[in-house]
Design a protein around this ligand. Structure first.
Ligand code: TLP
Length: 354
């Protein structure tokens, strides 16, 4: 377990369940969810569908499982899935597009992680003598590895309209879609109105100990439920996990603006430290990705030095580091993290000069 005194900025996945969540877990009404008999899971699935304005929703163990069953439900073997070049579904899910769905990922670079139809269109292909046909477009909002970048509603709507004209479905990896909606001042139902399916995580900024959801048309969700079972995701008395999930969904989604303010505060502080490069105005949600190459250290070396002083943050590659805010790091923790970063960077600079 992490020392309680550590300031953990590695991810919003590190949040621990609140006292209210722990109480709800202890008191949850449960049944066998594989028989559809867990009342708490059923309630969570109903509420998620309502909140997202979709016909149905499915509780899954993780975001990876949610994306995997959604991709599978939309595609057939031998198709291509268009996704952004740095998307999670392409880079961090152990090639599940290929492994489980038998499809090839077609990565497309979007400026700052935001894909527009103009970038997607040239890669949409019919079946041909050489080509695999496009089966799905998968978007990511917010975009994790692009510093929590937010794709505006009209960009998503445009992609969906054009895709649907071509009978192509659109899936949204909305692991942090509540952060996106908060930044845009929209309800998630408005933001996700046109996407066919959306996956979102209860266990990131919303603070639940585990679990994600996939929402979409009833028929697609029915099939996704079978794929979840194939993956070993039939969780029986999962009400103990759905109960904190309900609190995450109904309550924790309202407080994300605080995390966004703290992330911007961190970005502003980092931009003043010599050797660190970041544009604070680009930080709109809870993820801060910054370049540390000017410090004379790799992100991994920096990570080690920060850890020995009580701050946890990970490198995403040798030059870039990521900090993620969440409800377990308040403003004072962010101030302390900046102080430690400045000490570490200045000490290294002094050592190099000596
Ligand atoms: N992201 C994790 C790591 O895997 C990188 C993190 O710490 O940010 N989609 C997106 C956009 C994600 O950021 C993640 C997790 C997932 C899907 C997968 O969720 P899990 O970890 O629940 O499988």
């Amino acid at each position: 377990m992490t020392e309680p005194s550590m300031i953990d900025l590695r991810s919003d996945t590190v949040t621990r369940p609140t006292p209210a969540m722990r109480r709800a877990m202890a008191e949850a009404d449960v049944g066998d969810d594989v028989y559809g008999e867990d009342p708490t899971v059923n309630l969570l699935e109903r509420r998620a569908a309502e909140i997202f304005g979709k016909e149905a929703a499915l509780f899954v163990a993780t975001g990876t499982m949610g994306n995997t069953v959604a991709v599978k439900a939309h595609t057939t073997h031998g198709q291509e899935v268009i996704c952004e070049a740095r998307s999670h579904v392409f880079n961090y899910e152990l090639a599940m597009i290929a492994w489980f769905s038998g499809c090839v990922a077609r990565p497309v670079e979007g400026a700052d992680g935001i894909l527009h139809w103009e970038q997607i269109e040239p890669f949409v292909r019919p079946l041909g003598p050489h080509w695999a046909p496009t089966g799905l477009i998968s978007l990511e909002n917010t975009h994790n590895m692009r510093g929590g970048a937010v794709t505006p509603k009209k960009v998503i709507d445009d992609i969906c309209d054009r895709a649907h004209e071509r009978k192509l479905p659109v899936h949204l990896d909305g692991a942090r879609v509540f952060n996106a909606a908060t930044a845009l001042g929209l309800r998630v139902a408005e933001l996700c109105d046109k996407v066919d399916t959306v996956m979102f995580c209860l266990s990131k900024g919303l603070g639940a100990p585990a679990g994600s959801m996939v929402a979409g048309p009833a028929e697609t969700i029915d099939r996704a439920r079978l794929y979840r079972k194939r993956l070993g995701g039939g969780m029986r008395q999962a009400g103990v996990l759905a109960a904190p999930g309900l609190i995450a969904l109904e309550e924790m989604s309202k407080r994300l603006a605080i995390d966004h303010e703290n992330a911007r505060f961190l970005a502003e502080g980092l931009s003043r430290i010599p050797g660190i490069a970041i544009r604070p105005e680009s930080v709109r949600t809870n993820i801060v990705i910054f370049n540390v190459s000017g410090t004379g250290m790799t992100s991994y070396e920096l990570s080690g030095s920060l850890k020995s002083r009580g701050v946890l943050a990970n490198g995403v590659n040798p030059a870039h580091m990521r900090m993620v805010t969440h409800f377990d790091v308040d403003r004072a923790s962010c101030e302390r993290a900046l102080q430690v970063m400045e000490e570490v960077v200045c000490r290294t600079a002094a050592a190099v000069r000596a």
